[in-house]
Design a binder for this molecule. Structure first.
Ligand SMILES: Nc1nc2c(ncn2[C@@H]2O[C@H](COP(=O)(O)OP(=O)(O)OP(=O)(O)O)[C@@H](O)[C@H]2O)c(=O)[nH]1
Length: 396
């Protein structure tokens, strides 16, 4: 013992004190969170809960989700950020794609309507075409009824005039009067402090949720909004990486867990908390795909909504529907609507199907408007839905 030089003991004490300091950085998350929002640099590790949502928090102590992206403060050279395409005019750019995918409906309807005098067989053929495009029995009957009357009353025969009538009736069916604006402005607290608009993105597996969140982040960045992403899809291992890559391309940070299978409500909570604390405009939360008939998973979704709402109530719950799945989308929309309070539909993969008629059915049966459409896999292939342009697209 006497052989230990005093200088080594002193050095040892100094090193231990240094180690204590770095541990202090890792441990008392609650204390670090009490920092005034906006003070100093952004907190690169979102902390755990504030203690106000104990009943909803996972019983097991969760590791705090990580925050990645440009706000992390690491000394990594920033990749050059992409400049997303402006939102205005996107649907026009993508209309050709819609025309190509929807042409069987538009072109064939027009072909029938251009016949010299329309027989009962012609009307039956049109009914079949509309049903095949998933317009649904009720809306199809309404459209054909109105069209028949107008063709007869007006004595319309020439193709251009018939096309105009068909266009008008289709637009009516898709309902241009619906409010399709995205609520990108959040609520305010009682003292008038603005809170972020929280958008949750939900739906069954593989419909394009993560891609949509990524594309939507670009839309918001293009409009000058600040955004935080929340990777609450903790079920699919690659989903958080996928989301983070989307965000990094446009300089948007991602809150994620470093552990697969972490409680998604916890990640959503942290993302919304970070968005609030850093006063960002919009928090976009991606959730795992889930079948609407799996009660446990739907309960989990309900919990994500409730837990996020403890910080800021969602401004939008967007249901992502794959247009190619047609009628099945209707059942999904009903159940998700009940569990998560869906406020808008994103219809993806419209570039790959002639079944765009589901737009009409979903809106009519659920009273929820289609707000966005996905028309390709490209980063800017997401457009605000516009009834007239949509109809022009399918009429070619
Ligand atoms: N053609 C086309 N493909 C799309 C569109 N939107 C998404 N996709 C593709 O659909 C596939 C699934 O997309 P994801 O975003 O991973 O789907 P997800 O819903 O997050 O999947 P889960 O998390 O497994 O439920 C990917 O290959 C996307 O590129 C679209 O509008 N058009």
């Amino acid at each position: 013992m006497n052989d230990i030089p005093w200088i080594e003991i002193i050095v040892g004490l100094v090193v231990a004190a240094g180690g204590g300091a770095s541990l202090a950085y890792l441990l008392p998350r609650a204390r670090r969170r009490s920092r005034t929002p906006g003070e100093g640099g952004p907190d690169t590790r979102a902390g755990s809960g504030t203690g106000t949502i104990e009943a909803e928090r996972p019983e097991v102590e969760e590791a705090a989700p990580e925050v990645t992206g440009p706000a992390s403060g690491t000394l990594v050279a920033e990749p050059e950020l992409e400049r997303p395409e402006p939102v205005a005019g996107r649907m026009v750019r993508l209309r050709d794609r819609l025309a190509r995918s929807g042409s069987p409906l538009g072109a064939r309807l027009l072909a029938v309507l251009s016949r010299d005098s329309l027989t009962e067989d012609d009307w039956d053929e049109m009914e079949e075409l509309l049903l095949l495009a998933d317009v649904g029995a009720g809306p199809t009957a309404d459209l054909l009824g109105a069209l028949r009357t107008r063709v007869r009353v007006l004595g319309v025969g020439e193709p251009a005039a018939v096309r105009t009538l068909l266009r008008e009736e289709l637009v009516k069916l898709v309902d241009p009067a619906l409010d399709r604006s995205l609520r990108t402005t959040g609520p305010t607290t009682d003292d008038g402090t603005p809170l972020p608009a929280v958008m949750l993105v939900v739906g069954v597996n593989g419909t394009g949720k993560t891609t949509t969140v990524g594309k939507l982040a670009r839309v918001l960045v293009a409009e000058g909004r600040s955004v935080v992403l929340g990777a609450a899809d903790t079920f699919r291992a690659a989903a958080a990486d996928q989301l983070q890559t989307w965000g990094a391309r446009v300089g948007v940070p991602t809150v994620r867990s470093d552990r697969d299978g972490a409680d998604p409500a916890s990640v959503a909570f942290e993302a919304v908390t970070r968005g609030r604390d850093e006063k960002v405009d919009v928090v976009l939360v991606d959730t795992a795909g889930r079948l609407q008939n799996k009660a446990g998973l739907m309960d989990e979704l309900g919990k994500i909504v409730r837990v996020s709402s403890k910080v800021v109530a969602p401004s939008e719950v967007l249901l992502v529907l794959d247009a190619t799945t047609g009628q099945n989308g209707l059942t999904q929309a009903r159940v998700f609507g009940e569990v998560a309070g869906v406020t808008g539909i994103v219809l993806t993969k419209l570039d790959g199907t002639a079944k765009g008629g589901i737009v009409v059915q979903v809106q009519r049966e659920l009273g929820v408007p289609v707000k966005l459409v996905g028309l390709g896999e490209g980063p800017d292939d997401l457009a605000p839905f516009d009834a007239e342009q949509f109809v022009d697209g399918i009429l070619g």
